[in-house]
Design a protein around this ligand. Structure first.
Ligand SMILES: Nc1ncnc2c1ncn2[C@@H]1O[C@H](COP(=O)(O)OP(=O)(O)O)[C@@H](O)[C@H]1O
Ligand SMILES: [Mg+2]
Length: 286
């Protein structure tokens, strides 16, 4: 059974007004437990609207959202528990840090869940560890942290609720390449350690190629593709028509092949590209 299942989900902002916008249209989607799904698409394609449906922050204009086989809107009183099960980390989450200390900020969610002091403490420390925040930072004001540390503290606040499904909206936005890589590594190891399902919205093909097990491509309010990384990136020309690109390294390999060099183009990360080129060179010299 899929952990998330959307059936004919449409969301229209400002329905019935002259300004109404159909942000997502007729979405049908099943996400299996344990996947790490990278969500890509042009600005305005509906990515943020889509993910806000998964924890009941937005309600479909029509259609149903199921988590663990249950329609999340079947009983309004249960929506709170859905928000704990499906942890959503917004874009630029550091703007939502507001407590006196980092500790209190990370503890906010677990406290809301009604955990006791000891459980809250365990959750905070475990989450800080997941994101690589040193224990001594926990007593600091969030405003004394660096940009990257603030981002990690905010993500830890969602991880601290121990969600079965973790969703992050552009978690690497605005970070330098090193900061981006740190966040991506951390998300990957969180997933491996907890076995949770992770959905990650990103602008960067490179980011997604390195960690995702599946890619969801949004285009003009609809799901254009939902498939393995290989299958999605093999449709380079279709992606291009949507204003999207396969990773740079993949483009280089496609370019080399077009120039007549005999190689496979299923290369999505620079590390893998390097390996392939090296073995090609060695092969050539032998
Ligand atoms: N709160 C809102 N009110 C009205 N329109 C919105 C709102 N949020 C997003 N939209 C519109 O819905 C569409 C999809 O937006 P969004 O889900 O934010 O896409 P993405 O995250 O892919 O950039 C866009 O046309 C956007 O302008
Ligand atoms: Mg968005």
């Amino acid at each position: 059974m899929p952990v998330i299942s959307l059936k004919n989900v449409t969301h229209t902002y400002g329905e019935g007004t002259p300004l109404s916008v159909s942000a997502i249209e007729n979405i049908n989607l099943d996400i299996e437990s344990g996947e790490l799904v990278g969500i890509i698409g042009h600005t305005g394609s509906g990515k943020s609207t889509l993910i806000q449906h998964l924890n009941g922050l937005l309600k479909p204009t029509s259609g149903t959202v199921e988590v663990d086989g249950e329609n999340i809107w079947a009983d309004k009183k249960k929506i709170r528990s859905v928000r704990f099960k499906v942890g959503l980390c917004f874009q630029y989450p550091e703007y939502q840090l507001f407590e006196e200390t980092v500790y209190k900020d990370i503890a906010f969610g677990p406290k809301n869940m009604g955990l006791n002091e000891k459980q809250i403490d365990e959750s905070v420390r475990r989450a800080a560890k997941y994101v690589g925040l040193k224990p001594e930072l926990l007593t600091k004001s969030p405003f004394d942290l660096s940009g990257g540390e603030k981002r990690r503290a905010a993500i830890a606040g969602v991880m601290a609720m121990n969600p079965k499904i973790l969703i992050l909206d552009e978690p690497t936005a605005g970070l330098d390449p090193k900061g981006r890589q740190e966040i991506l590594n951390m998300i990957k190891s969180y997933k491996e350690q907890t076995g949770s399902t992770v959905l990650l919205v990103s602008h960067s093909m490179e980011d997604i190629a390195g960690i995702a097990s599946k890619i969801l491509v949004m285009n003009k309010s609809r799901v254009a593709m939902y498939d393995t990384v290989e299958n999605v990136f093999s449709r380079a020309s279709e992606l291009e028509k949507m204003g999207l690109n396969v990773p740079q390294i993949t483009r280089i390999f496609i370019g080399l092949k077009e120039k007549g060099i005999n190689l496979d183009t299923d290369v999505y990360t620079v590390a893998e590209g390097g390996k392939r080129l090296l073995s090609l060179l060695k092969g050539g010299m032998a």
